[in-house]
Design a protein around this ligand. Structure first.
Ligand SMILES: Cc1cc2nc3c(=O)[nH]c(=O)nc-3n(C[C@H](O)[C@H](O)[C@H](O)COP(=O)(O)O)c2cc1C
Length: 323
């Protein structure tokens, strides 16, 4: 089963992707967090920097656009083609209030007729093949039935389905039946995303849905950065976890303030990494640290010596594996 690392705004930026790929094998492609093209018609210097492929190279990266404006999508796709990318992804899943209130991301699912017009315009003129990442509705799962024929009308290179509605955010269970329904109704390649946390869970999904083109994993790979390695028959080495943690710290510290920027980034990562610890209590001590100088030795000590679980315990976040 092909496995891609999900895009996660604020977490899976360039440094994270490069360090993860250097320390752990098994991920086919890394998706880049979305960017929003402005009306100005040109990438900002920061967007250009973020979108430079770097050592991973364009074949292992998928850039993603968040917009409801077909013209903005088209110039951004042209800029991505110039940077050497072979595919551009459209975000129809972002549930954030500020995004959906502007009718973007999952907000586009609320207006199927406008979505249809948008897709019509971009598929007619895009310089790159377009893939799509979507939720299954805005308010209600019933909306999926009306969205399927719209999506089915376009030559989508690959459709990644996160089977929750916008209203459900990332909470509760996923709607497995919506994935089976899409496999039945659509003839485009389908990738599954949502609550895959273990190699066994991914294998169960593969057995239940042999028609999928691949999976995308986000939080499961944050909790166990060796998840893809293990899916391919490898093992999780403590030395690889340590190298990952320390190289990430080094690279962040080279350009960011230890307490103001690096500490919050590591705390966000440890929300998930701590799910690997046999005993969840030390995370509470880590969470209270207000200085990188206190946090870092404690985190290192845990990675070096704390007993680790075979699989991350997502029940601590009230999450269950989907398959
Ligand atoms: C902090 C955070 C940031 C995210 N940013 C993006 C994004 O930029 N683009 C996107 O398509 N999805 C984004 N997502 C959604 C993830 O890609 C993924 O769909 C979600 O985490 C569910 O998959 P998982 O259960 O494997 O984590 C984000 C999720 C989180 C938690």
């Amino acid at each position: 089963m092909r496995l891609d690392f999900a895009p996660m705004e604020g977490i899976t930026g360039r440094v994270f992707r490069e360090v993860h790929a250097a320390c752990f094998a098994g991920v086919d492609r890394y998706w880049m967090p979305f960017f929003s093209p402005t009306a100005a018609g040109a990438l900002t210097p920061r967007q250009r920097r973020d979108l430079e492929p770097g050592p991973l190279g364009t074949p292992r990266l998928v850039p993603q656009i968040l917009t409801r404006d077909a013209e903005a999508f088209l110039w951004a796709a042209a800029a991505l083609a110039e940077l050497g990318y072979a595919e551009v992804n459209l975000n129809l899943g972002c549930p954030s209030g500020t995004v959906v209130s502007k009718g973007k991301g999952a907000g586009m699912l609320r207006a199927p007729a406008s979505l249809d017009r948008f897709l019509d315009a971009v598929f007619a003129r895009s310089p790159l093949p377009i893939s799509v990442k979507t939720r299954i509705g805005f308010e209600d799962v019933q909306e999926w039935e009306a969205l399927l024929p719209i999506l089915g009308r376009y030559p989508i290179r690959e459709l990644t389905v996160h089977p929750r509605t916008r209203r459900e955010l990332y909470r509760g269970g996923v709607h497995r039946e919506a994935v089976l329904r899409a496999l039945e109704a659509l003839s485009i390649p389908l990738r599954y995303n949502g609550n895959l946390f273990t190699p066994d869970g991914i294998r169960r999904l593969e057995t239940a849905c042999p028609g999928l083109s691949g999976v995308m994993v986000g939080r499961g790979l944050l909790a166990d950065p060796a998840l893809a390695t293990r899916l391919r028959g490898g093992v999780r080495e403590r030395s690889a976890l340590l190298a990952f943690h320390e190289t990430l710290a080094e690279r962040y510290l080279a350009t960011m303030h230890p307490d103001g920027a690096v500490l919050p980034k590591f705390k966000e990562l440890w929300v998930f990494l701590s799910l690997l610890l046999e005993d969840g209590a030390p995370w509470k001590r880590l969470r209270k640290c207000s200085r990188w100088a206190d946090f870092h030795p404690l985190a290192l000590e845990l990675l070096r010596n704390a007993p680790l679980r075979d699989e991350a315990d997502f029940s601590r976040l009230d999450q269950r594996e989907s398959w």
